[in-house]
Design a protein around this ligand. Structure first.
Ligand code: SAM
Length: 213
């Protein structure tokens, strides 16, 4: 998903280093210092416009949340909301996930969310899928045991690929749902922008919870 360019976003990001870190080279092992309180850090990789992570942070003040996204326009939208809300347990990070383990120390993150990640359907782009082994290896390093990941998608091809990839990597599955919104998890589920869009069209939402260790 590429959002239309938002000329104001870059300047807004530069004006708020207290809320957003841009391609940091020195933050590994220090993320707790960005938050008001030392408490578990959960990370969403590919936060889009931030609906999910903002609601998570509002509902769970006992957890610190990090919204990681590569697109300036999307981050500008999250940042605008966070400037209004000033949630003490939400920080933003602009960086590309392909180098994720250079951004964090080992075991610095308690849980990882991958929501409606880009499907990259062409075989030659397999390595760009956020559940490809080159990503799983890095997640395993930065996640504290048991190394929890939650993954949601509308895309059957990406879901099937992810099940195989996580299984081949030796991950243990905690829950696999073929229709999240018709499950016991539905009541507590916090939706993302993409999830709202696809479920309104009647598409089922696939869900995987798994751990490494
Ligand atoms: C399809 S959108 C989904 C957005 C949101 N999670 C949702 O469910 O509404 C995928 C998002 O992941 C971001 N993204 C994709 N690959 C990424 C990467 N390697 N590093 C950081 N962000 C990435 C994209 O910029 C885009 O905003």
């Amino acid at each position: 998903m590429r959002l239309r360019n938002k000329p104001w976003a870059e300047q807004l990001i530069q004006e708020h280093p207290e809320l957003i870190s841009v391609n940091p080279t020195d933050m590994a092992g220090k993320w707790q210092t960005k938050f008001a309180q030392v408490q578990p850090i959960e990370l969403e990789l590919g936060s889009g416009k931030g609906k999910f992570i903002i609601e998570k942070a509002q509902k769970n003040p006992q957890i610190n949340y990090l919204a990681m996204e590569v697109q300036t326009a999307a981050l500008g939208m999250i940042l605008k909301r966070q400037i209004e809300l000033q949630l003490p347990n939400l920080q933003l990070l602009q960086a590309n996930g392909r180098d994720i383990n250079s951004l964090f120390a080992r075991e610095e993150i308690t849980k990882l969310y991958l929501n409606f990640s880009d499907p990259w359907p062409k075989t030659r782009h397999t390595k760009r899928r956020l559940t490809a082994p080159n990503f799983l290896e890095q997640y395993q390093d930065i996640l504290l045991a048991p190394g929890n990941i939650e993954f949601k998608t509308d895309n059957q091809g990406l879901f099937e690929y992810s099940l195989v990839s996580c299984n081949n990597f030796g991950m243990k599955f905690d829950e696999v749902l073929l229709d999240l919104h018709q499950s016991e998890r539905a009541a507590a589920n916090i939706t993302t922008e993409y999830e709202e869009k696809f479920s309104k069209k009647g598409q089922p939402i696939y869900f995987l919870a798994a751990h490494f260790k």
